[in-house]
Each structure stands twice: as structure tokens, then as C-alpha cells.
Design a protein around this ligand. Structure first.
Ligand code: PLP
Length: 358
């Protein structure tokens, strides 16, 4: 039997997507060729890329004037591409430091200009989202991390930026909830958390913001170069783009982002209710900032860990150990996670309570 996979990333993908992907690796579109042994310029693959891009536009309900790219290098390369493309010579950027990924992003920006950290939750191991910050008037852009995968916190409201651009790392919650994308100027996401396998990075960018820094940008780091070549400036990661396309099609067939958001809320509510009810657990993140994607919790008594670990292991649960910087547990419940698997985890938590009581 397949495990209940709560891994934080790479992570669960829909079972039917895995089967379709496996078939295409052997025989793609009945060409008697593998998806990964044909030219990326072939009409069959160009159609995949176009379909993937148009599914992104449709599912995110992107307004006119926004483009979609599938790049490589992960979200980590976007940490550098963002300042390269948006930070003016002698300019300044504002960052909100909500965790290890946000901190890595702002470290890269510092290589290219002035960075102001306008809010940080580092004082409490990033267990909340800073709220009382002010956006300075003289910055080129503001950078936020919508969902903090390691700590289980999520922005429910985004900064109002007036003249500055708003940039968002949405790696671990893109396609999980409805958002108004007209508020964002640049959004990026590594595929491997809610869209597909590792190997490609989704970028959504408002066209008119590019080409304004007077910087010399290396071709591979230049969004305009990639846009002018429809994400095929060099060989794209064909497998990762294909599986992302299948996952996006799966999401569309299910009713799109609105439908999955409803399910995601039900799933998260089920698990958080047990964490709050069960005296053997306590939630890690501040209640109002809790993530719908990564549910972090600790034992109230660390010494009971062995008993709990044995129970969930035997229930076929995988991947709920917390990140080493936080400890405890983290259940990642991305789009593809069925509520039945969450019920299995809740049952394990209740069985643990019974065993400790006896
Ligand atoms: C995983 C993750 C990253 C890093 O992504 P890579 O694709 O491995 O570079 C960045 N930001 C967030 C929010 C993440 O969850």
C-alpha cells in the first residue's frame, strides 16, 4: 500500500499524474518515443509548454499584461534574478524576513544593492508573520515569502506597496488559494511543492516592470531574454514541465483553485482541531498566521516522542518529522494530499493519547 506522504518537498503528487508521467517516459503521445528523448522544439513538446503556460494563466486568473515562464535553478536562483531584474543601480529593496528562505533571498539581493529589512519574526524562531511594518517610499520593490514552509506560517494579508513593486516567493502555496494577482508584480515558485517535480521554477511577471534597471544582466538571468524565447532560450527541463502540466490539468479538472482552496481549508481545520484538542500536542505557529499547507506542532512532553513515532510509522505515515531548525513535527498537506490521509494522522494522534493515558 502507498504511504501517507506528508513530505515538505519534493512532495506528494496526484497518483494519476504519476501514472500518466510514467507512461509518457516510455511512449509519449503514441509517438513510440519517450517524452525525454525528443526535441524540445518538436511540435509535441512545444504544445506541452504552451498548454502548461496557458493553464497557469487560467488557474491563477492572471490579468492582461502578465507573462508566465518555466525556468530552472529553483526558487533559490530567483532570489538572485529578482534583484538583477528589478533593483535599480544604486537602488534599494525592502524585505520581510519570515524565515530561512526569506533570509536567503535578502542575502542575494545584498550582492546587488541596498536592502532594508522592514519586518522580521526571527526573535521567535519565525513562528509568526510580522504586521506592524511600514513600507518605505524610496524602494524599488518589496519582497515577501507568502508561505513559510519550515515554520508553518502564511501571509493572510499582503503589504500595500503604492509605488514599489510587490515580489512574492510562493513556492509552497501557489495554486492553493485564490489571490488577486493584480497586486503582485513578480511571483516565483519552485515546482516541487505544489505544482510538480523538482527541476523547474514557475515565474509570473508583469511585463511592463522589466528592462528598467540600466543593469547589464547575464542572458540566463534576464527575464526578458527568457520571455522573448517563450521559456526556450536554452533546453527547458522537459520532464518537469510536462509533469507540472499534468498536475495543473488535474487541478483544473477538479474545479480549479477555488475548489482546492475549500478542500485545503477543510484538511487544515481537521488537523489543527486535533492539535488544539489533544493535550499531548501544541501548535508551533501563532494561530492567526497558521499555514494551510505546512502544519507544525510539537509534543508537550518531549520524552513521549518514541511512543508517538512508533504509532505513526505503523500507520503508514511518512515525512512528518519537523525541520531540524524547529524540531517537533511538520505535516505538509499540499493540494494533492487527500483528507483521508489526514484522518489517518489524526487517528494516530488519538491512539497516542490513549496509550499515554494507560
Ligand atoms: C523550498 C523553498 C525554496 C527553495 O526552493 P528551491 O527550488 O530548492 O531553490 C524557496 N522558498 C520557499 C518558500 C520554499 O519552500
Amino acid at each position: 500500500m502507498k504511504k501517507h506522504n506528508f513530505s515538505a518537498g519534493p512532495c506528494i503528487l496526484p497518483q494519476e499524474v504519476l501514472k500518466q508521467a510514467a507512461d509518457a517516459v516510455v511512449n509519449f503521445n503514441n509517438l513510440d518515443l519517450s517524452l525525454i528523448e525528443i526535441s524540445h522544439r518538436s511540435k509535441d513538446f512545444v504544445a506541452v509548454m504552451e498548454n502548461a503556460r496557458s493553464l497557469v494563466k487560467e488557474l491563477l486568473n492572471l490579468p492582461e499584461g502578465y507573462s508566465v515562464l518555466f525556468l530552472q535553478g529553483g526558487a533559490s536562483l530567483e532570489f538572485l534574478m529578482t534583484p538583477y531584474n528589478l533593483l535599480k543601480e544604486g537602488g534599494k529593496a525592502a524585505y520581510i524576513d519570515t524565515g530561512a528562505w526569506a533570509a536567503k533571498a535578502l542575502k542575494e539581493a545584498k550582492l546587488l544593492g541596498d536592502v532594508e529589512v522592514i519586518g522580521s519574526s526571527k526573535d521567535k524562531t519565525y513562528n509568526y508573520i510580522p504586521k506592524n511594518y511600514t513600507v518605505p517610499s524610496n524602494v524599488d520593490y518589496v519582497h515577501v515569502t507568502s508561505n513559510n514552509t519550515i515554520y508553518g506560517t502564511q501571509f493572510k494579508e499582503f503589504p500595500k506597496t503604492d509605488d514599489a513593486l510587490l515580489v512574492c516567493d510562493m513556492s509552497s502555496d501557489i495554486f492553493s488559494r485564490e489571490l488577486d494577482f493584480t497586486k503582485f508584480d513578480l511571483v516565483y515558485a519552485g515546482a516541487q511543492k505544489n505544482m510538480g517535480p523538482a527541476g523547474t521554477t514557475l515565474v509570473v511577471v508583469k511585463d511592463e516592470i522589466l528592462g528598467k534597471t540600466s543593469r547589464n544582466i547575464p542572458a540566463m538571468l534576464d527575464y526578458q531574454v527568457h520571455l522573448s524565447k517563450d521559456s526556450m532560450f536554452n533546453t527547458p527541463p522537459v520532464f518537469a514541465v510536462y509533469v507540472s502540466m499534468l498536475t495543473l490539468q488535474w487541478l483544473k479538472d477538479l474545479g480549479g483553485v477555488k475548489a482546492i482552496e475549500k478542500l485545503n481549508k477543510e484538511k487544515a481545520a481537521l488537523l489543527y482541531a486535533e492539535i488544539d484538542r489533544n493535550p499531548l500536542f501544541k501548535g508551533f505557529a501563532e494561530v492567526e498566521d497558521r499555514s494551510l499547507m505546512n502544519v507544525t506542532f510539537n509534543l508537550t512532553d518531549e520524552s513521549t516522542g518514541e511512543v508517538f513515532d512508533k504509532i505513526w510509522n505503523e500507520a503508514g505515515i511518512s515525512g512528518i518529522k519537523g525541520h531540524r531548525s524547529v524540531g517537533g513535527y511538520r505535516a505538509s498537506i499540499y493540494n494533492a494530499m487527500p483528507i483521508e490521509s489526514i484522518q489517518v494522522l489524526v487517528n494516530a494522534m488519538q491512539q497516542f493519547e490513549k496509550e499515554i493515558k494507560n
